[in-house]
Design a protein around this ligand. Sequence first.
Ligand code: FHN
Length: 443
Amino acid sequence: MYQRVRSLALASAILSASTSVAPTARAQGSYTPTAANLKARTWFQDAKFGMFIHWGVYSVLGDGEWLMETRPIHRTDYSKLPNFFNPTKFDPGAWVALAKSAGMKYITITSKHHDGFAMFESKLSDWNVVARTPYGKDVIGMLAAECHKQGIKLFVYYSQLDWHSTDYFPRGRTGHATGRPETGNWDAYLNFMDGQLRELLTSYGEIGGVWFDGMWDKPSADWHLERTYGLIHQLQPQTLVGSNHHKNPFPGEDFQMFEKDLPGQHTTGFNADQGVSALPLETAETMNDSWGFRITDDHYKSTADLIRYLVRAAGMNANFLLNIGPMPNGEIQPEFIQRLTELGKWTKKYGESIYGTRGGPIAAGPWGVTTQRGSTVYVHVLDWNGPLLGLPAMPREVRSAKLLRDGSSVEFSTVKGGLVLNLPEAQRDEVDRVIVMELESSK
Ligand code: FHN
């Protein structure tokens, strides 16, 4: 029941935003991405697979990242929580190595979630991991150093919504029960937010991207996006800006994200107000049902489900950002490690059909998807029982078809309007029968 209440609170706060008027948030109307930014966008689209990390002092209570709102917890009570955050087993090197071993090419970690608690040493507020916890170390700084050392990009999630700041006023749809006075200073809050973003973009080396969240709390507010996005691009032009506002991208944003849905699909209600733009795309999903650590959440997706999600995302020209919610002691729970290890076995064997590809020439279907690199098309047969699979015509003549797993030839015949594949038998536990088709060169 509690899980349901929480989910309803979360969903209602967001969904009600999606029925509001378009935000007045002005963005960078005249934004022209630099060459470095465009190069970063291409890198991002090639990367395909990232690790999302939701980690904060809320993990101490083991009940997700929304409990300040859903319990609710008064901000003075909540301020006791950092005293119990002492992740002595936090091993950033192991976390980065785990992400890499799964085939993930970037990590997006919560630098500040809705509770306003900074997981980095901010000079603008002592409401941060260095000043207020017995651990006393700059978690973002530690992870950034390991990412740079191990050659994986670091993106920072930053919540514009803040349940702790007394300047975050007028309130939006949430944060009414955390004991703040009915006063505040919106401009001061936005300046504070820009100040912390400046800290993040000047203290930790190259930042691959900023993953904003929480605009849905005040969809009609003036978020001064043009100023904030301009600051980010002025400090690090290659940093990719994205925002989980569940609307079509604003100027100044460099990629579009979808939450718990593939681009263009609307199974969760989160993305009802957004189409699919021409920007690089990313979809984010949890491994169980929770973003932040929830001790009772054992509703894990299977590794096969997660592989299918990665493949379907790639087939729809999108990246897959797969989430973990580490425990308060700094460990990652074994169920997540197991799935990431198994995902790594799959990406090592079939990664060429994902990395560096773009969505394929054949529309996705219940049977599967296609991905493409140059004149090579990968047909991902995800859910098909019969021996014969009929597909619409490829854009050019098919010269050959081989099974990726062992290089064996796959029979196919060209028929009016398409082609028919004579599928090899699926192996036990084979999630994705990948058929590599070489097309006539387009030159
Ligand atoms: O409210 C947040 C939630 O806690 C989590 O961070 C997700 C991740 O996509 N974003 C918001 C819900 O849309």
